[in-house]
Design a protein around this ligand. Sequence first.
Ligand SMILES: CC(=O)SCCNC(=O)CCNC(=O)[C@H](O)C(C)(C)COP(=O)(O)OP(=O)(O)OC[C@H]1O[C@@H](n2cnc3c(N)ncnc32)[C@H](O)[C@@H]1OP(=O)(O)O
Ligand SMILES: CC(C)C(=O)C(=O)O
Ligand SMILES: [Mg+2]
Length: 652
Amino acid sequence: MPILKEPWKKYKPFKASSTSPLHLPNRQWPDKVIEKAPRWLSSCLRDGNQSLPDPMVRSPPSPMSFCYKSWHPYLCLGTDMCWSNTQNGEEKWRYFKMLCALGYKEIEVSFPSASQIDFDFTRRLIETPGAVPDDVFLQVLSPCRPDLIRRTVESVRGAKNAIIHIYLATSECFRQVVFGYTEEQTLELAVECTKLVRSLTKDDPTTAGTRWQFEFSPECFSDTDPDYALRVCRAVKAAWGPDGAAGDQIIFNLPATVELSTPNIYADLVEYFSTNIGDRESVCVSLHPHNDRGCSVAAAELGQMAGADRVEGCLFGNGERTGNVDLVTLALNLYTQGVSPHIDFSDMNSVIEVVESCTKIPVHPRAPYGGSLVCAAFSGSHQDAIKKGFQNRARLGLSNEDPWAGMPYLPLDPQDIGRNYEAIIRVNSQSGKGGSAFILHSKLQLDLPRGLQVAFSKVVQRRAEELGRELLANEITDLFEETYFLRENPRLSLVDYSISPDRSQSPMPAANGRTQDTKSLIRIFEGVILLDGVEYKLRGRGNGPISSMAASLKDVGIDLDVHDYKEHAIGEGRGVKAASYLECKPTGSKQTVWGVGIHEDVVYSSLLAMLSAASNFLTSRPTSPLLKPVANGPSQETPNIVSVLEEKANGI
Ligand SMILES: CC(=O)SCCNC(=O)CCNC(=O)[C@H](O)C(C)(C)COP(=O)(O)OP(=O)(O)OC[C@H]1O[C@@H](n2cnc3c(N)ncnc32)[C@H](O)[C@@H]1OP(=O)(O)O
Ligand SMILES: CC(C)C(=O)C(=O)O
Ligand SMILES: [Mg+2]
């Protein structure tokens, strides 16, 4: 082929045939809303399976394998996820059980004429008591070839419920390129094969114990002249003879075998078919979109709006080439519109585990709903909005009326698919204060004041940049405990203390000139601290425990003014603790330091916060503060420099 200068000119825009119904001035589907779930057909074990490098049901292992880890069909790295053959059919068996548990009622289990293994798997399902729930239909697929149809029907003999599905491509391309058939020959073959299926199933009294359904797929429907597709299907319908009044429907499955156009065109085709096939109650219109252009979900949704009753697809969009339509996305798209899909994805992680281990294809981390990252927010703005969403829902009482309204960025409650809230907020160097604050709140029940959120987020940012990666939730809680000396404080600790009212003083006058109440009595802090391995005895005066301790610390060169103090309870009942947060400003400095204390005793918790702030003050300075000489002795005016270093006092 000559090399084209403009190679894209090799391709032509999609054009339906000359009798195109695409000019549908009265199309109805754009105004329709999907209000109920369609009938679902999982083709995971057929269309999904036929597209795997190593199908689920296979003969004994070959040294060649598809490696999940290396993404290579042959080079196996020998990890857990690498292909390893279990007993023949075990993976399909496990997958089938999962599909039943999820709620699928129509499951295409095999292409029985393809191999003995597929045939045997189908037989095993039927012959194992209780393997197939009474309300589940087993679907099996065959081309329009009499020998293969006989084998296919044979495979489901004795089943309680079975759907025989035959396919024949009707597009001009396939008729000319693959089969060399005229329109009439194709139609005749479809009718003949339908009659054969009928004779082998519902017309054969020996199979009366089986509830039969029949499905015909005009393969490549979306590339087929729509009037011709209708002609073939009407003839097939006449051959099958469904009795709609008795609830018997023929399934016409309309594949976009290859997705060739925008989904609105598929919807037009479906609406045209659905409204013109006639005797509609005897017909179930089914969709089978593939995803070559990445629009299969849209095609399936518009197709339902256009009148389809049923959708065929695979979990996580497995299937030929780019896959079949993703049944997980379709179901949960309905769910998030308040419509039950009648499929249970509440334990998404288990579904993923089964699908990945059976197909050896990992679910993409960004796959809608199922992907490991889709409930996670890394970026600061997202985290901030989600955090506020959680806070405000409780505050605004939205939880009763409209439980998920007012929740930014999260279209689905992660808990509904078995993901916990810890997975939502993930912290890296793109995160702001809200992310770490959310994690500290959910993991440690700490409700950080805004200023501390800002201060700690800088610490987190630094650490994330140093490591060049995401910080895990436990790394953030560790970092917090380390930064604010919540587990240990190697430099500064409180050995002993007491706080008592200063009886020698009359109460300090309040700002309004009145005498303060007894609560405002001057307190005296007396205690022993261990600073860099040396014990110091301190004494200080203040309006309360914190300020008196702050005053006492000046004597060891830790000169901090308390700017802000907040506390809250953690937990309730006997195990309740107090969390205290202190913002302090070193005298003469503009920068603040924060301290955090947690303890059952509220006062002790606040003193720990003071000590934590003092430690941060110490570490924020290049060298240790100089110990102030106790030159002036206790001062009554400045209620702070009273402490003494015992050794010093003793002249040691
Ligand atoms: C779009 C889809 O997903 S369709 C489903 C596809 N799935 C599969 O094919 C999986 C299982 N298939 C198989 O195991 C094999 O292809 C079999 C058993 C069906 C047939 O195997 P073979 O007899 O060796 O035929 P082979 O696969 O090489 O070629 C297909 C033949 O069937 C014909 N054919 C293809 N589709 C159909 C059809 N729907 N109806 C009738 N004949 C068909 C082809 O024209 C070709 O005929 P030819 O041999 O006269 O040229
Ligand atoms: C067999 C048919 C339904 C098919 O898989 C397709 O056309 O994609
Ligand atoms: Mg297909």
